[in-house]
Design a protein around this ligand. Structure first.
Ligand code: NAD
Length: 495
C-alpha cells in the first residue's frame, strides 16, 4: 500500500522574540545570576536557543528573602478575591500569548507543536482559571476552620511538561495565599522565563513569584533553605527520596510527584479501535516522557495477536520528526542523557529475551531521536517491565483473567496511573477498585483536568495536585487526608 505523504507544515517562529540571555527572576525583576550560566538548546537540532543564568546559594537566598518579604507585606494581606483577580489576569495573558508559548515550549522541549498548542498551553490557562476561582472560597472548601497559607513554597519541576508543571505548582500555591520560589528543569527553562514576563505584564506584586534557574544543585539549595515552609517536587523517585530525607524533621510540608510504570489493561471485549488509539496516546504522547504513561500494556491473551498486529499498523503511520511541524506526532527526545537511558534500557530488553519492533522511519541526523518501539514476549521480571524508561517504548505482557490482570498491574513499586479498556461496566469498576494507582482511566488515557486530583501511591510519591485536594497541600491545618470524600459526606448526611 502506498500512502500519500504529508507536505511540510512548519509553525512559524516569527511570533517568538527571544533574548540572547536570561537572568533570574527575583523580586519582580530579571537579575544576573552568580553561578556559571548555561545554554538551553533545541533537542531537535542541538542548536543553542539562549544563555540561562544559574543561581548559586546567595541567589537562592535572595529569592527566598524576596518571597518572604512579599508574603509578609503584600500577598498574605490581600483578600482571596484580590488574589483571584491576579490569577485570572495571568490566565488571560497565557491565553493571549498561547501561540508564542507553544512555539517556545516545542523549541526548548522537543515536543510536537500540536501537543504544546492543543494540550500543554490550554491546560496551563485552565489551571490558572480553575485556581483563580478557588482563591476567595478557601474558607468554604471544607478544608478545616480558617485554613491559612503556609508561607514560602519551594517548588522544583521536571522537563517533560515545563510550563504545565509550573502551572500545577504556582496556581494552587498563590490561590491559597503562599508566595513561591520555583526552579524549572535545566534543559527546559525557557517558558518559565517567558512566564516571568507575563507576571510583570500582570503587575503581580514583586516577590510573590520568583524563578531561579540552574541545575539539580540549585534545586537542592532551594529545598534545603531554612526559610521555606513548603516543598513541592515533581521529578524522579531517586531525587524525591533524597528530598524526603533532607526535609524530614524540619517542619516543612512536603508533596512528591514522582515516577510511574502504569499498566494499560486491554480486555478481549474492549472497543478495539479506541483501545488502539488509547494505547498509542498512552505511551507515544510527548515521546513517552510522561510520568503516568501507559508503558506496560497488559493484553488479554486471546486478543494479543490482534492487538499487536493493529498496533504495528497504527505505529507505521506515526510521523516522527521536526517538533515545529504541525503534522508531527512524535518529536525529539529531550536530552542526550535521556536518549542514552532509553537506548540502554531497550538494549537490556533485547538482551533479556524480549522481541523488539519499530516501524520503518527515517530519523533526522542532528538532534536526539528514538523511533517508537514495542517489545513483545515481555515477562514481569524483565527490567523494561519494571523500570521507568521515560521514552517511546512499550512493553507488552499478557493475562488470562481479571484477577491476573490486577495482580500484574499492581506488581510494581510505583502506583501513579492505570488504564482499563472493556465494554463491561461491572468488570471495569471491579478491576479499577483493586488497582493501587492514583488515577485510573476507563476507555481513555492521559486525560487531565484541573478539577481532578492527581498523585501517586507507593514510590510514585505522596500528596495530590489538582482539584480541592491540591489546595490542601498549600494550607495549614489541612492535609489531603482531611479532605472528606463524597462517600464520607454522604455517610455523614445519612446519619
Ligand atoms: P529529576 O528528578 O532528575 O529532576 C527534576 C527536577 O529536580 C529538575 O529541576 C532538577 O534540576 C531537580 N533536581 C535534581 N536533583 C535535585 C536535588 N538533589 N534536589 C532538588 N532538586 C533536584 O527528574 P527529571 O529527569 O527531570 O524528570 C523525569 C522524572 O519526573 C520521571 O521520573 C517522571 O516520572 C517524573 N515526573 C513525575 C510527574 C508526576 O506528576 N508524578 C510528572 C512529571 C514527571
Amino acid at each position: 500500500m502506498t500512502f500519500l505523504d504529508y507536505a511540510p507544515a512548519p509553525e512559524s517562529t516569527a511570533i517568538l522574540t527571544l533574548k540572547p540571555s536570561y537572568g533570574l527572576f527575583i523580586g519582580g525583576e530579571f537579575v544576573a545570576g552568580r553561578g556559571s550560566p548555561f545554554q538551553t538548546i533545541s533537542p531537535a537540532t542541538e542548536v543553542p536557543i539562549a544563555e540561562i543564568a544559574s543561581a548559586n546559594a546567595e541567589d537562592v537566598d535572595d529569592a527566598v528573602k524576596a518571597a518572604r518579604l512579599a508574603y509578609e507585606t503584600t500577598w498574605s494581606r490581600l483578600s482571596g478575591a484580590d488574589r483571584g483577580k491576579y490569577l485570572f489576569r495571568i490566565a488571560r495573558l497565557v491565553q493571549e500569548r498561547a501561540r508564542e508559548l507553544a512555539v517556545a515550549e516545542s523549541l526548548d522541549n522537543g515536543k510536537p507543536i500540536k501537543e504544546s498548542r492543543d494540550v500543554d498551553i490550554p491546560l496551563v490557562a485552565a489551571w490558572f482559571f480553575y485556581y483563580a476561582g478557588w482563591a476567595d472560597k478557601i474558607d468554604h472548601a471544607g478544608l478545616g476552620a480558617n485554613p491559612r497559607a503556609l508561607g514560602v513554597a519551594a517548588q522544583v519541576i521536571p522537563w517533560n511538561f515545563p510550563l504545565l508543571m509550573l502551572a500545577w505548582k504556582i496556581a494552587p500555591a498563590l490561590a491559597a495565599g503562599n508566595t513561591v520560589v520555583l526552579k524549572p528543569a535545566e534543559t527546559t527553562p525557557l517558558t518559565a522565563l517567558l512566564f516571568a514576563e507575563i507576571l510583570q505584564q500582570a503587575d503581580l506584586p514583586a516577590g510573590v513569584v520568583n524563578i531561579v534557574t540552574g541545575a539539580g544543585s540549585t534545586g537542592e539549595l532551594l529545598v534545603n533553605h531554612p526559610d521555606v515552609n513548603k516543598v513541592a517536587f515533581t521529578g524522579s523517585t531517586a531525587v524525591g527520596r533524597a528530598i524526603a530525607r533532607s526535609t524530614a524533621g524540619t517542619g516543612k510540608k512536603l508533596t512528591l510527584e514522582l515516577g510511574g510504570k502504569a499498566a494499560n489493561i486491554v480486555f478481549d471485549d474492549a472497543p478495539m479501535e479506541q483501545a488502539i488509539e488509547g494505547i498509542v496516546n498512552g505511551i507515544f504522547f510527548n515521546q513517552g516522557h510522561v510520568c503516568c504513561a501507559g508503558s506496560r500494556l497488559l493484553v488479554q491473551e486471546n486478543v494479543h495477536d490482534e492487538v499487536v498486529e493493529r498496533l504495528k499498523l497504527r505505529l507505521s503511520t506515526l510521523r516522527v520528526g521536526d517538533p515545529l511541524d504541525k503534522n508531527t506526532d512524535v518529536g525529539a527526545i529531550n536530552s542526550r542523557a535521556q536518549l542514552n537511558r532509553i537506548r540502554e534500557l531497550s538494549t537490556v530488553g533485547e538482551d533479556e529475551g524480549a522481541t523488539r519492533w519499530s516501524p520503518e522511519c527515517v530519523l533526522p541526523e542532528k538532534g536526539f531521536w528514538f523511533a517508537p518501539t514495542i517489545f513483545t514476549s515481555v515477562s514481569t521480571s524483565h527490567r523494561i517491565a519494571r523500570e521507568e524508561v521515560f521514552g517511546p517504548v512499550l512493553s507488552i505482557l499478557t493475562f488470562r483473567t481479571p484477577a491476573e490482570a490486577v495482580a500484574k498491574a499492581n506488581n510494581t513499586p510505583y502506583g501513579l496511573s492505570a488504564g482499563i479498556w472493556s465494554d463491561k461496566g461491572s468488570k471495569v469498576l471491579g478491576v479499577a477498585d483493586q488497582l493501587r494507582a492514583g488515577v485510573v482511566w476507563i476507555n481513555c488515557f492521559n486525560q487531565f483536568d484541573p478539577a481532578s486530583p492527581f498523585g501517586g501511591y507507593k514510590e510514585s510519591g505522596y500528596g495530590r495536585e489538582g482539584g480541592r485536594h491540591g489546595l490542601a497541600a498549600y494550607l495549614q491545618a489541612a492535609d489531603t487526608n482531611s479532605v472528606a470524600t463524597i462517600t464520607q459526606i454522604k455517610k455523614a448526611q445519612s446519619k
